[in-house]
Write a protein that binds this ligand. Sequence first.
Ligand SMILES: NC(=O)c1ccc[n+]([C@@H]2O[C@H](COP(=O)([O-])OP(=O)(O)OC[C@H]3O[C@@H](n4cnc5c(N)ncnc54)[C@H](OP(=O)(O)O)[C@@H]3O)[C@@H](O)[C@H]2O)c1
Length: 291
Amino acid sequence: MRQRPLGRGAPPVSVVGYGGMHLSIAGRPPEDVAVRVIHAGLDAGMTLIDTADVYCLDQNDVGHNERLIARALGTWGGPRDRVLIATKGGMIRPDGRWERDARPERLRRACERSLQALKVDRIDLYQLHAPDHQVPFEDSVGALVELQREGKIRWIGLSNVSVAEIKAAEAIGEVATVQNRLNPFFREAIETGVVRYCGERGIGFLAYSPTGGGRLTKKLPAHPVLQRLSSELGFSPHALVLAWVLAQGPSVLAIPSARTEAHVRDSAVAGDLTLSDADRWAISEAHFDRS
Ligand SMILES: NC(=O)c1ccc[n+]([C@@H]2O[C@H](COP(=O)([O-])OP(=O)(O)OC[C@H]3O[C@@H](n4cnc5c(N)ncnc54)[C@H](OP(=O)(O)O)[C@@H]3O)[C@@H](O)[C@H]2O)c1
């Protein structure tokens, strides 16, 4: 599969990585199925897996997705050292709710727990899941810089941030990646200049919910432009949308999730799919209804 650098100072990875979230939140498949889905992604050439400590059901299940990934990597027959793992800290799941908690001491504890769950001595990419507005942003980023100095994490990433926040973080440490939402329904990462800024700085832009997320993804097969392109080009609407996302900037990577082997394989197909200017433009100009 096509490769691009994971981010500033980091080596190339597959342009389509695997997002683990749906293997661990409500509606998740049995663990044996989940392991097979991860293996299918790796076998299809994915060399990046995105996870988070909070991809789980609630506070009693924290680390579920990270443990699953460790299990899948431990039982995979391929070259483990070619696969980079990106995880996140800075959120909590009290009674299943999603809340932010990016206090420095909390991030440190979360990182220690992720090291154990992933069964590694050092985390490849550790991302601040989201700025916590109860905590000075610089303090949260500062905690990641300390973890990096101590050798517990290799590269620092941010998620759900603006250009101003990326710049504020860069004043404290090197930002390797930014992970924000980007899909044809939600284009704010383009409109606010985050994708462009990342491209200019060599910061990897990890597009999350790249096909719209659980609910909106289901609308893709009925979209008239995607239907037309799909029958002309012979690719699924899902793969066409991933190719559109990857075309939005030189440092963009996509991390779609999937709960089936067929879905993860179809995502991987997009890694070698380059749209013509006309086809890319047709998707850019089309309306994607979010209702
Ligand atoms: N940083 C953040 O705040 C944040 C927030 C959200 C997500 N993320 C990351 O981004 C990843 C992806 O986000 P997401 O899950 O919200 O959105 P997504 O990848 O856009 O959508 C996932 C949905 O797409 C479906 N799908 C996958 N391949 C398909 C195919 N070939 N045909 C039809 N449907 C297909 C999946 O269905 P099945 O499940 O049935 O296979 C799943 O329901 C997550 O795993 C996580 O790593 C990060």
